[in-house]
Ligand binder design. Structure first.
Ligand code: MSP
Length: 594
């Protein structure tokens, strides 16, 4: 018997026609799902496990800047949690199935697996060049993943959440996405032919009609709403949380979760039905579980999962994925951190416009740390940002080479620090109550640096990395101002009072630098290492717990006081020529004492 369903959409007529063939068992009761989400929140309270993921990247083309951005954001959160003493797992990898990849392999004249292996290696190479410190790199063509997907499918099937039906509607192969008619518009292709495109991505869509398996997405609408309303931090930033709520107030038709094998061979066959291939998004999303050890060993990690994603894949992660998980009786991700996109010259990056920025080339030009710093300092999760080489060079020169590098150089140069030590702090020169040689602005600076770790922590937690960097950069400026104000190079070391003051100025500045170096480790690991090594800070003294700024000012011992500096391994960050950034190799700056 067949039950026709019609889904009316906003401002358009009924378009999705779904014929239900089977109904294996009733949809599980709501409370069951709610309790699993509630349990997960409970379990997480004192947990020191952390699990962060990037999206897995399509291998139809080489990596571009946007891919590196997703990876750098997740890497930063992973490194930050390690510094805080968490046991952190960080997964990335490649999404290798689906029509888009099948077609790309065909076009390249390669068999799909060879093709995927080649591009997947490019991603790995980019990530190792940029110090992306993943703990697991997953490919959806691996056997462990296939087993996880088959198991996950069977769980949904056994619960009656998947049924055989037929789907008719728009499909975008580029986005591997089904679209409502309201999401489709008219356009002309490069030959001037009229085509239909996705209004959101601009990619071409095609009308498809085929027998396949459907997931009862519509049954989860109210549970998804409950989850989002009960967890206002679940999707961040807020504007994306609101976007998901808005979608959930619209129609939520059931979702096609397979394609006919005759059209799509490159994918995991539906268990028990070789005529059908599992929809690439269901396949891909399960990667997060595969890495966690699903189906047997995922408990430690699964209840603390966080996903970093770009805004274009929000619906898949904040609607489809939670619905699948609810259906399978698994906890929902703790947070979905969403970021916006990079444009180039104000335009979307695209092969046809020829404006795709190669992240590997740029990381060679500006160094890995340089690119990481730029992306995280300029990338604003809430809104799109524009990339230019000139901006990168200017920012890196101003903040890493001049401001931070200049400060380190001043305080460690033999002219000012002839003994090459972390000198003593003199409480009489800089007393807690006013009266020494310090002025009001100096107290203000100390206060700002003291508070900085908490400020940075707050922003790292919500993936507002640019705000953390803004705060660090402002403090670096304050410390430079402090040194500049007291011109220690003009003081006379032969006068003991002056000497104590010079040492105190350097001690404070080195303490500031130690804090900046420690907090910057998740952003610029190589530069931070260079900085901390120069200060003589040992690897075990670089954690969040070891921050303890200016202990001597608080009347406590400072483990660094009197210690020899580490060896001088050169300029902290080499200056770049802004206008010729794309032509020139980094140029060394002259070191100076002031
Ligand atoms: N394969 C899917 C994800 C599956 S996850 C279960 C996919 N892959 S992708 O290669 O197209 O995109 C991967 C990531 O790169 C996404 O987070 C996407 O938002 C991001 N970016 C793609 N273009 C981007 C920009 N121009 N700017 C910033 N990030 C962008 O989607």
């Amino acid at each position: 018997m067949r039950f026709p369903f019609l889904f009316a959409t906003r401002g358009c007529r009924a378009v999705y026609r779904l014929h239900q063939k089977q109904f294996l068992s009733p949809v599980p009761p709501l409370w069951k799902h709610r309790s699993s989400a509630a349990v997960s929140t409970q379990l997480c309270k004192d947990d020191r496990s952390y699990y962060i993921t990037t999206p897995i990247f399509y291998v139809n083309a080489s990596p571009h800047l946007g891919h590196l951005y997703s990876a750098v954001l997740a890497d930063c959160l992973h490194r930050y949690k390690l510094l805080q003493g968490f046991n952190s797992k960080f997964a990335t990898g490649t999404d290798e199935h689906g029509l888009k990849i099948q077609q790309a392999a065909e076009a390249a004249g390669k068999d799909p697996l060879t093709f995927c292996t080649g591009v997947s290696k490019q991603f790995r190479h980019l990530f190792s060049s940029c110090n992306i410190s993943y703990t697991d790199y997953i490919r959806t063509t691996e056997q462990r993943h296939r087993e996880a997907v088959e198991d996950f499918w069977s769980v949904l099937w056994n619960k009656g959440l998947i049924y055989k039906g037929s789907y008719e509607g728009w499909y975008s192969t580029q986005d591997e996405s089904f679209l409502m008619p309201s999401q489709v518009g008219d356009a002309l292709d490069s030959l001037g032919k009229e085509i239909k495109v996705s209004l959101e991505s601009g990619h071409k869509v095609e009308w498809m009609k085929e027998e396949n398996y459907m997931f009862r997405l519509s049954a989860f609408q109210s549970q998804l709403l409950d989850w989002l309303k009960g967890n206002p931090q679940a999707v961040q930033p807020e504007r994306f949380h609101q976007a998901v709520l808005k979608w959930l107030h619209e129609d939520l038709p059931d979702l096609s979760v397979s394609r006919q094998r005759s059209r799509l061979q490159w994918g995991i066959p539906v268990p028990g039905d070789d005529e059908q291939t599992i929809y690439v998004w269901l396949d891909a999303l399960v990667n997060y579980l595969t890495v966690a050890g699903y189906p047997d060993k995922h408990n430690q990690w699964w209840h603390v999962a966080r996903h970093v994603i770009g805004k274009d894949i929000l619906k898949f992660h904040a609607i489809y994925w939670p619905a699948f998980l609810l259906g399978a009786g698994l906890p929902l991700p703790k947070v979905i951190h969403v970021h916006s996109h990079w444009t180039v010259g104000g335009k979307k990056m695209s092969k046809s416009l020829g404006n795709v920025v190669d992240p590997l080339e740029r990381s060679q030009m500006f160094t890995a740390d340089g690119m990481r710093y730029f992306l995280l300092r300029q990338g604003v999760p809430d809104s799109d940002c524009d990339y230019t080489d000139d901006k990168v060079a200017k920012l890196l020169n101003a903040e890493l080479a001049d401001s931070l590098g200049g400060l380190l150089n001043r305080c460690t140069a033999p002219a000012l620090n002839p003994a090459q030590v972390y000198p003593s702090f003199c409480p009489q020169s800089f007393p807690r109550a006013h009266g020494g040689r310090a002025v009001r602005e100096d107290y203000h600076m100390l206060d700002a640096v003291k508070k900085l770790p908490a400020v940075v922590e707050k922003h790292y937690e919500t993936m507002h990395i640019y705000k953390a960097l803004e705060a660090i950069s402002a403090c670096v400026r304050l410390t430079n101002g402090f040194v500049q104000r007291h011109t220690p190079w003009k003081l006379d070391r032969k006068n003991s009072e002056d000497e104590r003051w010079v040492d105190t100025i350097i001690h404070i500045s080195l303490e500031c630098l130690r804090i900046y170096g420690t907090l910057l480790q998740p952003i610029v690991p190589e530069t931070s290492n260079k900085l901390l090594s120069r200060l003589g800070v040992q690897p075990h003294e670089r954690s969040w717990a070891a921050l303890n700024f200016l202990a001597r000012y608080q009347g406590m011992d400072c483990p660094f006081e009197g210690r020899a500096l580490g060896s001088d391994s050169g300029v902290l960050f080499s200056r770049l020529e802004p206008h010729n950034a794309d032509k020139q190799k980094p140029k060394k700056t002259k070191k100076s004492a002031n």
